[in-house]
Design a protein around this ligand. Structure first.
Ligand code: B12
Ligand code: SF4
Length: 508
């Protein structure tokens, strides 16, 4: 046997009508695919390793399924990567399809299996990765070559204490062409010191802020530039909490990399005007900020103590002056919200006036503290994981029905971006984004769903029998949260942020 064929698939999800969600043009390339491809060696011993990369959201035909059929000339490993809760069924089905067609090595990794108990689905020929790829990927590759995967990898050690200096190989031009813009997602820092109870980032990446070297990120940027990438998305959650952020930005400026980038910051960036100015000089074009609510009581109940609504307008002003497009992310449907509160939120948002706004329905995402609380209280009404994508109501809301909340979600998008367009003062790009948000939401498609121009190729019905035969289920049971190992708990306890960021997390 001379070749190991590694098929990396970012699975899509099943839509309300059962079809696999696909788009003719994608929103942005998936960072996990290129990250894991870059962790894969070209050879293991004298065996050549060939990697195929598939983002199901933008694959406009089913030709990639050919790689999920037995081929006696190669050993195939199918890895479903970056699997979120709403993509879990699709990942299970692709693995079942591959097993059925003679592929012996299939593994599912990413947010869902890292944070949720998958015990009832284990031992059926499909393996689960419960840890960061940096810790277990090489072992998985070696085991595939040796002939057998273990049922589970990484059970006692979710996070790498020190991240290796991985350099990311960018997408090929034909891959970039599947998306609206030639963009690459990079993860120069991970982990978040906060403890918002609805968020799974702290379960996936931990509370300890960790990063590879600045030089490895710079080398990823250089390679991206050479490959024709024009935009970078730093997918890290709180870029402003990255202790070396200034070093990275200065290096980007000094090297004249001239790559525009998008980043996510927490609201405390409001107190750091100098960082916002530096971000702009390094060519940051958009800053995404999770403001979530204007109601301080709601924020405190969500564990988001560090958000102070009185600071929101400062962020907009600082970004506007610096020439960075401010993008506010909002959650609607907190337990205390009724329709009037959501309309009121929209009105305040207009006065603050970020150039872009995203809206999500509060979703107790499996693996989070909030999910555990709601589940124990018996509030979760939705039994299908496909619906846990922040566009549907999945629990018994005290004041709003599913229909009301879903109507309000699209109403907020349409009304807000119509307002932004009317208010004017927009660049061509700002205008394009506002038009897209308004148009997508008016067609009742969430603008963050993954792309534009939906396409229908296959549906759940094509896979239901396989799911039943491999896993003996129609729907995966709602999982318990996966408990952290003692080792991971100890890593969490070592959070360094208090020393570096002297902000009282329980201040009002
Ligand atoms: C970028 C991002 C997006 C982008 C995605 C763009 C794209 N094309 O990829 C956009 C903005 C579109 C987006 C949208 C949504 N997202 Co999002 N997103 C993220 C974010 C910030 C980063 C993900 C990322 O790229 N990470 C970088 C890669 C390298 O890391 P990774 O995927 O975690 O992979 C590592 C490990 O998980 C593991 N691993 C992963 N796969 C595998 C496979 C194997 C075999 C192995 C061994 C290991 C392994 O190893 C990797 C390296 O360490 C995360 C937050 C976070 N920090 O995780 C949320 C996150 C993934 N999103 C989330 C959610 C809920 C959504 C939305 C549903 C709604 C929302 N609130 O935003 C939509 C759904 C869109 C859709 N169609 O799926 C949740 C998922 C929770 C869950 N358990 O399902 C997260 C965790 C955020 C949160 N607040 O909880 N998102
Ligand atoms: S600040 Fe953001 S990443 Fe951190 S816990 Fe809260 S929502 Fe999650």
């Amino acid at each position: 046997m001379t070749q190991l064929r590694v098929v990396l698939i970012k699975p899509s999800k099943y839509g309300i009508d059962g079809s696999v969600e696909r788009f003719k043009k994608g929103y942005l390339p998936n960072a996990t695919l290129y990250h894991i491809a870059s962790l894969t060696p070209e050879r293991i011993g004298n065996v050549k390793v060939v990697v195929h990369i598939v983002d199901e959201y933008v694959w406009t035909d089913l030709s990639y399924l050919q790689w999920l059929h037995h081929d006696s000339n190669v050993i195939t490993l199918l890895a479903l990567v970056g699997v979120q809760s709403h993509q879990f069924h699709r990942a299970l089905d692709l693995a079942a399809y591959a097993r059925h067609n003679g592929i012996l090595h299939c593994i599912i990794g990413g947010p869902h299996p890292m944070t949720c108990d998958t015990t009832s689905l284990q031992g059926r020929g499909v393996s689960f990765a419960l840890a960061e790829a940096e810790l277990i990927w090489y072992q998985i590759l070696e085991d595939a070559l040796a002939g057998e995967l273990r049922p589970v990898y990484g059970a006692d050690h979710r996070w790498a204490e020190q991240l290796p200096n991985v350099v990311i190989n960018p997408p090929k031009p034909e891959e970039l062409a599947r998306y609206r813009a030639p963009l690459l997602g990079l993860y120069p820092v991970r982990g978040c010191p906060y403890q918002c109870n609805y968020c799974s980032v702290i379960k996936i990446s931990g509370r300890q802020v960790r990063s590879p070297s600045i030089e490895s990120t710079l080398e990823s940027l250089r390679r991206a530039k050479r490959a024709g990438v024009k935009l970078i998305m730093y997918v890290s959650d709180n870029f402003n909490k990255f202790p070396e952020v200034r070093e990275l930005l200065h290096a980007m400026i000094d090297e004249r990399l001239n790559l525009q980038f998008f980043c996510q910051c927490d609201t405390q960036v409001a107190s750091d005007p100098e960082l916002i100015e530096l971000l702009a000089r390094a060519r940051c074009y958009e800053m995404f900020v999770g403001v979530e609510s204007f109601n301080r009581k709601t924020l405190k109940e969500a564990g988001k103590y560090h958000n102070h609504p009185r600071q929101y307008a400062d962020i907009i002003q600082l970004c506007n002056v610096a020439g960075i497009r401010p993008h506010f992310s909002n959650i609607i449907g907190f337990p205390g919200d009724d329709e009037e509160d959501i309309q009121h939120h929209l009105e305040i948002l207009k006065t603050v006036h970020p150039k872009v706004a995203s809206f999500f329905i509060l979703t107790p995402i499996p693996g989070t503290e909030q999910y555990d609380t709601y589940r124990k209280a018996g509030w979760i009404t939705e039994l299908n994981l496909d619906r846990f994508d922040a566009t549907c109501l999945t629990w018994q809301h005290p004041h709003l029905t599913a229909k009301q909340l879903e109507d309000l979600l699209y109403h907020c998008y349409v009304k807000y971006h119509a307002y932004v367009l009317r208010a004017g003062g927009l660049s061509d790009d700002d205008r394009g984004i506002a038009l897209f948000n308004r148009y997508a939401a008016a067609s009742r498609m969430h603008p963050m769903a993954g792309g534009i121009d939906p396409l229908r190729l296959d549906t759940l019905i094509d896979y239901a029998a396989l799911r039943r035969s491999v896993y003996d289920i129609d729907l995966a049971p709602l999982p318990d949260n996966l408990v952290l190992s003692g080792y991971d708990e100890s890593l969490n306890r070592r959070v360094r942020w208090k020393a570096k960021f002297p902000v009282d997390i329980v201040s009002t």
